[in-house]
Design a protein around this ligand. Structure first.
Ligand code: ADP
Length: 275
């Protein structure tokens, strides 16, 4: 993978061109749906909990569709200008600086707006004309309207678990995207992923995944969100470095997900029972 990180307008975004196939294990028919959406210029919403493979999937698809991937981590201070671009003063001259969305529209890249619900509604309005058959991006500051290249694609991610009245994706936005649901992989698939990504044996990976699956059952008992595949991999990486499994699990699978003492004790019991 070759990658370059670009700082633009003081706003960080990433642009990747993948030379090698990113490791991704499909968990359903997400590849077929995404490919069909791409062929038909349909924007896609990846719905699912944090750390379950959405970003890795985007990387995998960008590689297979042979497109650069421009990722924007959305947050509440993100403005439409940050996405589109602005005039900057450089050496006494005024110069236009494309934002990540404009760059993607011009270059036929895939633009991935991660955690889109974090962005303010007025910011998201700028993506609307890009998501229907017009596929245009008006740039008011330059007085131009850009037509997206045929290869351009817009994709967003959204975690329904964080949904609240204050922070939810408006229907007027969400009904512009087809949606693909992501969830934690099955035990066998997740074991394969954890072993591959962390370097631990299949046996150790299986134990970590078993702990993960049991912890996920706690969601109904006060845990805000199930434990992510990402954290299971972190536990594996610590174990691979020689950290005692119990300690590794505490640092990667208890402390990051809850501060509640009773929940911590219950998870600790699960870990001791499995390891
Ligand atoms: P998200 O974008 O959903 O928050 P990521 O794509 O960053 O999550 O996934 C976290 C990590 O979990 C990835 O870096 C990757 O190592 C691993 N992972 C999760 N799901 C898969 C999968 N299906 N195939 C390969 N790796 C995966």
């Amino acid at each position: 993978m070759t990658s370059k990180n670009i700082l633009c307008n003081g706003q960080a975004f990433e642009e990747y061109i993948f030379e090698n196939e990113p490791y991704y294990v499909p968990t359903g028919n997400e590849i077929e749906i995404f490919t069909a959406a791409y062929k038909n210029n349909l924007p896609v919403n990846l719905k699912g909990p944090t750390g379950c493979g959405k970003t890795r999937f985007m990387e995998y698809m960008a590689y297979h569709l042979n497109r650069p991937l421009i990722t924007v981590a959305c947050h509440e201070d993100l403005t439409a200008t940050d996405l589109i671009g602005r005039f900057i003063i450089k050496g006494g001259d005024v110069e236009w600086n494309d934002g990540p969305l404009t760059k993607a529209v011009k270059n036929g890249a895939i633009c991935y707006l991660d955690e889109v619900v974090e962005a303010r509604t007025d910011t998201l309005v700028v993506i609307h004309p890009l998501t229907d058959e017009r596929r245009i991006l008006p740039i008011d500051k330059q007085g131009i309207v850009l037509k997206a290249k045929p290869e351009f694609m817009l994709s967003i991610s959204y975690n329904p678990g964080y949904q609240s009245v204050i922070k939810d994706l408006k229907q007027s936005t969400r009904q512009r995207f087809i949606a693909i649901e992501f969830n934690y992989p099955s035990m066998n698939t997740e074991t394969q992923i954890v072993a591959h990504e962390s370097g631990v044996s299949q046996n150790t990976a299986h134990s970590l995944v078993e702990i993960g699956h049991r912890i996920r059952n706690f969601k109904q008992h006060g845990l805000e969100e199930g434990i992510s595949t990402r954290l299971l991999i972190y536990a594996g990486k610590l174990i691979n470095e020689g950290i005692a499994p119990n300690t590794a699990c505490r640092s990667a699978m208890i402390e990051p997900i809850t501060d509640d003492f009773d929940l911590q004790m219950s998870i600790s019991e699960i870990i001791s029972a499995v390891l």
